[in-house]
Ligand binder design. Structure first.
Ligand SMILES: NC(=O)c1ccc[n+]([C@@H]2O[C@H](COP(=O)([O-])OP(=O)(O)OC[C@H]3O[C@@H](n4cnc5c(N)ncnc54)[C@H](OP(=O)(O)O)[C@@H]3O)[C@@H](O)[C@H]2O)c1
Length: 281
């Protein structure tokens, strides 16, 4: 099957590309810079594509499309229409759209509108709404804060979050891409447990052998830290919005979607930390 992976050079898309290519599918990895050096698995090739100016030609002969709206890209209505038109004109048989947990309850979010645009179209599609991914703990800025300051400082209070491993999201996405019958419309994807940041710090401490503490900070402190780091006002507003939702418990619910699709429990925080302990050294 010919698959087109938007975001295929990013974290989640690269994991999905590996899954699809290892199962013998022909994978087109969409990128704005196809000429740059990148390591792709056998069976995958890079194709020039920009969500802001989608080329129907790039989609020629494609059966299934994986689509994300990358951080910092909030498509305008006209750009969404151009994307849907390109997908429809090339006869794509299913689109797997990744948004985020809670997007269906956030009408002001660009991802909410993108979901709605797909819902109003005639295109067969699946929606995956993952929670925060465990891999964020090994990415900037949390990774450096843990490795260098030995702390996690967030405006998350004592809220719990059902973190999910991106590898589970990629596996579910691979099923949604290639299964002939995909019975699910939209799935909220979470890990199998809901943990607070004290528990996360304690788990890292246990595996790292260095005490990591969680410091719950105020919204003003979070804003000041983001400003000090040079974050754009838009980014600051988005981060504080997510922190507020986190404190309200919006990312705490646990769903059985991973078990339902993969027939096994989601990967755990414990296993993730054990496998990734070197990222904090
Ligand atoms: N991280 C989380 O905790 C979390 C939680 C819930 C949902 N999500 C969602 O999951 C999705 C995937 O996350 P991720 O961390 O894998 O994303 P990521 O690594 O930040 O994605 C970057 C990718 O987006 C592509 N891209 C950027 N601008 C583009 C454009 N204008 N046109 C086409 N492609 C463009 C990049 O391709 P090139 O640079 O090669 O062009 C790259 O492949 C995100 O959209 C996010 O909304 C993430």
């Amino acid at each position: 099957m010919r698959c087109f992976v938007i975001g295929g050079t990013g974290r989640l898309g690269a994991m999905l590309t590996d899954h699809l290519a290892s199962r013998g599918h022909d994978v087109r990895v969409a990128t704005r810079s196809p000429k740059r050096r990148m390591s792709l698995p056998a069976g995958a090739s890079a194709v020039a594509f920009d969500l802001r100016a989608p080329s129907a030609a790039a989609l020629r002969g494609v059966d299934r499309v994986f689509c994300i709206m990358p951080r910092g890209v909030a498509l305008e209505v006209a750009e969404e229409r151009a994307l849907l038109a390109a997908l429809a004109s090339e006869g794509v048989s299913r689109v797997v759209l990744v948004t985020g947990l809670g997007v269906d309850r956030a009408p002001s979010s660009p991802l909410y509108r993108l979901e709605a645009t797909f819902a109003q179209s005639a295109l067969a599609h699946a929606v995956l709404r993952p929670n925060y991914m465990l891999q964020n703990l090994c990415a900037s800025p949390l990774c450096e804060a843990i490795a260098e300051e030995h702390e996690i400082a967030l405006a998350a209070g004592d809220a719990r979050v059902s973190y999910i491993d991106a590898r589970d999201v990629a596996e579910v996405a691979a099923r949604a891409m290639i299964d002939d019958a995909w019975p699910h419309g939209a799935l909220d994807l979470t890990g199998g447990e809901s943990v607070d940041y004290h528990q996360i710090a304690e788990t890292i401490t246990r595996h790292l052998g260095v005490t990591i503490r969680y410091r719950s900070i105020t919204e003003d402190e979070a804003r000041a830290e983001l400003e000090r780091a040079g974050a754009a006002q838009e980014t600051i507003a988005a981060r504080l919005g997510f922190a507020s939702l986190t404190r309200q418990g919006a990312f705490a619910p646990v769903t059985d979607a991973v078990q339902l699709v993969l027939g096994r429990a989601p990967r755990t925080l414990e296993a993730f930390v054990r496998e990734h302990v070197r990222c904090w050294t």
